[in-house]
Design a protein around this ligand. Structure first.
Ligand code: SF4
Length: 161
C-alpha cells in the first residue's frame, strides 16, 4: 500500500480550497486498492478553506521534539492540530501496512524535502513537514511528487506485483 496526499488526487482539501492533479497512475492505484489518499490537515480537524500555515522555529522534526511550532498566517498556533493530523495519518499508515508515502512538496504537513520558512513570503528552505517527519521517523519512506525517479520505481514495483 502507498499513501498519497489527497490533494494530489484532486481532492479539494488544500488551504485555498483547491485540489491538484497528480499523475493519472495515482488514480489507477487508488482504484485498484494499491494506494490510499490521506490529508493530514483534514485528519487534524482543520477546515477547508483555511488560512495558510507555516513552520516557525524549525521543521517537522523540530515540531515533533517540541522545539518548533506551526503558526497560521494570523499568528494562531496550530501545532496541536498538525500533530493530531500526523498521528492520525500514521495510524492509517500502520493499519494499511503502507511502507511508502508520496506527499505534496513544500507543505507544512506533507513536505518531504523542503517547506516554507515561516515568513509567509514564499521562501522555501530545506526541511520536512510534520507528517512527513513522523512517517520518516516511523520507517515509512517519504517522497514528494517531484521525486520522479523514486515514483517511477514505485510504479514499476506496483505494476510487477
Ligand atoms: Fe492535505 Fe497534505 Fe495536501 Fe495539505 S498537502 S492539503 S495536508 S494532503
Amino acid at each position: 500500500m502507498i499513501l498519497i496526499s489527497a490533494c494530489l488526487l484532486g481532492k479539494k482539501c488544500r488551504f485555498d480550497g483547491r485540489g491538484l492533479e497528480g499523475p493519472p497512475a495515482f488514480h489507477d492505484w487508488v482504484e485498484k486498492g494499491l494506494a490510499l489518499a490521506i490529508c493530514p490537515e483534514e485528519l487534524g480537524g482543520l477546515s477547508i478553506p483555511r488560512l495558510p500555515a507555516e513552520l516557525v522555529g524549525g521543521d517537522g522534526k523540530a515540531v515533533l521534539l517540541g522545539r518548533a511550532k506551526v503558526l497560521r498566517s494570523d499568528g494562531i498556533d496550530l501545532t496541536a492540530a498538525f500533530l493530531k493530523g500526523a498521528n492520525e495519518a500514521l495510524r492509517l499508515a500502520l493499519a494499511s501496512g503502507a511502507k511508502t508515502a508520496i506527499l505534496k512538496a513544500h507543505s507544512p504537513s506533507c513536505g518531504c524535502r523542503s517547506i516554507y520558512d515561516g515568513s509567509f513570503e514564499g521562501v522555501v528552505v530545506s526541511g520536512m513537514g510534520v507528517t512527513a517527519a513522523l512517517f520518516a521517523a516511523s520507517g515509512i519512506a517519504v517522497f514528494d511528487e517531484e521525486n520522479r525517479e523514486e515514483i517511477a520505481l514505485a510504479m514499476r514495483q506496483k505494476n510487477e506485483s
